[in-house]
Design a protein around this ligand. Structure first.
Ligand code: ACO
Length: 403
């Protein structure tokens, strides 16, 4: 029999870093993040300035192509997006086959993956810059149509085609909320809020879903396949799925009489699997700058829309109580981007199960930029090592001799 120690010796030195807490997987020129100071920049521009002044499509261009667009470039990009926002007919048929009560994230990832079937040239590893740019444009344009149609499908409502004369966020709202009988009245407050939220979600360097996109892309898998994988990674409740969990938690606290203290105690109890959703972050050990912006936007948007949502007060109370509680203070647990975003999504009429889909639309430019960077840098295939802890070598036992 071979001794396992000899097997170990042959692997050489391997660094074990479960959860990649201290392992850099790549160099990147896209997003700068300082978790101690609570700083986030896209291509060098502070997130606060972009959220205040920019549109989601301008930020998408910045992330993907590296510079803020000129007016002509922005107009060109926007018109390309309009041109490509209609979905292939076959995709509508696939959507029709999904059960109406399926979670939208599962359908979203399946439909994005299916784009490889409609645009087969996208799976070629050696594409020109122009071909890659076309696939990118299609994906940003079509993700918003897919998302809105998944929503309509779930409600059994007629699908609404995109309109060429609407900007990206207005078009999404139109496809979500118009009916064949009546066009949704575009509210600039809602469009503004949506632009802000999508900008704040647009990239966040090597998080779970982005690292997934890069890892899958490193095998030279297509843009659509890589991003479909990222959507699945995002869905988990410890990542993007937290935004749905937050609103469900806030609603449960409301039902429970609004007793924030009781729920904080539950989150601290190590025998209880419950965690305070929307709190804590692997990298931010101070505050999440996105949460600060969203919290401020929340008050404004709810006021402007005339919405009085008690879950906003519960969220604020929870935050206040946590900031004074040594459990959260010692562990440097602060609200993250997901803590307040759901309250805005809810105020603009989105149901809970669409929140993570909104995150996916927002994160799309970041995933694309990271996939493109990986290709341009000709990074090697990702292949982590392991420390084997299983059985030493042993002889096969015939089935009749097993206990
Ligand atoms: N509620 C209660 N306790 C928490 C929470 C929380 N939300 N988050 C972390 N802790 C505790 C842990 O129990 C652990 O305590 P211990 O040291 O006594 O064992 C300590 O804080 C450190 O937590 P880890 O899980 O080791 O931190 P990690 O960096 O692995 O996890 C994560 C980060 C997943 C975000 C975590 O804070 C969490 O589960 N938060 C809730 C889910 C959430 O909001 N996710 C969204 C993240 S942002 C995003 O993806 C967009």
């Amino acid at each position: 029999a071979i001794d396992i120690s000899s097997l170990r010796a042959k692997t050489g030195f391997v660094t074990l870093d479960s959860g990649y807490k201290n392992t850099g997987a790549t160099t990147s020129a896209i997003t700068f993040l300082d978790g101690e100071e609570g700083i986030l920049h896209y291509r060098g521009y502070p997130i606060e300035q972009l959220a205040e002044n920019s549109s989601f499509i301008e930020v998408a261009y910045l992330l993907i192509y590296g510079e803020l667009p000129s007016q002509a470039q922005l107009d060109g990009f926007s018109s390309q997006l309009s041109q490509h926002s209609r979905l292939p007919q076959g995709l509508e048929n696939i959507l029709a086959g999904f059960p109406a009560n399926a979670h939208p994230m599962g359908i979203l990832s399946a439909l994005v993956s299916s784009l490889t079937a409609f645009y087969p040239e996208s799976v070629e590893p050696n594409q020109t810059k122009e071909q890659i740019a076309l696939n990118i444009t299609r994906l940003i344009a079509q993700i918003s149509t897919i998302a809105a149609w998944v929503y309509k499908h779930g409600r059994g409502e007629q699908l609404i085609q995109p309109k060429a004369n609407l900007d990206y966020c207005s078009n999404f709202l139109h496809m979500m909320f118009s009916t064949p009988e009546q066009d949704y009245e575009i509210n600039p407050v809602v469009v503004d809020a949506l632009n802000k939220l999508l900008i704040l979600h647009a990239d966040h360097e090597q998080n779970c879903s982005t690292s997934t996109v890069r890892l899958v892309g490193s095998s030279q898998a297509s843009l659509y396949s890589s991003i479909s994988a990222g959507i699945n990674a995002l869905w988990g409740p410890l990542h993007g799925g937290a935004n749905q969990e937050v609103i469900e938690m806030l609603e449960a606290i409301k039902q429970d009489g609004g007793n924030s203290e009781k729920w904080l105690e539950k989150a601290k109890d190590k025998n209880d699997p419950f965690r305070l959703m929307g709190f804590g972050h692997r990298v931010y050990k101070n505050f999440d700058p996105r949460a600060k912006i969203i919290k401020a936007a929340c008050d404004n948007i709810l006021n402007n829309l005339g919405v009085n949502d008690p879950t906003l007060n519960i969220a604020k109370e929870l935050e206040q109580a946590a900031l004074q509680d040594s459990y959260f203070v010692d562990r440097k647990l602060y609200p993250n981007v997901d803590f307040y975003s759901g309250i805005i999504y809810k105020a603009i009429g989105l149901p809970n199960e669409m929140f993570t889909v909104m995150f996916a639309i927002g994160r799309m430019p970041g995933w694309i930029a990271q996939w493109k960077e990986l290709r341009e840098n000709k990074e090697p295939i990702g292949r982590p090592r392991q420390i084997y802890t299983g059985q030493s070598v042993r002889d096969y036992t015939p089935i009749n001799n097993r206990n």
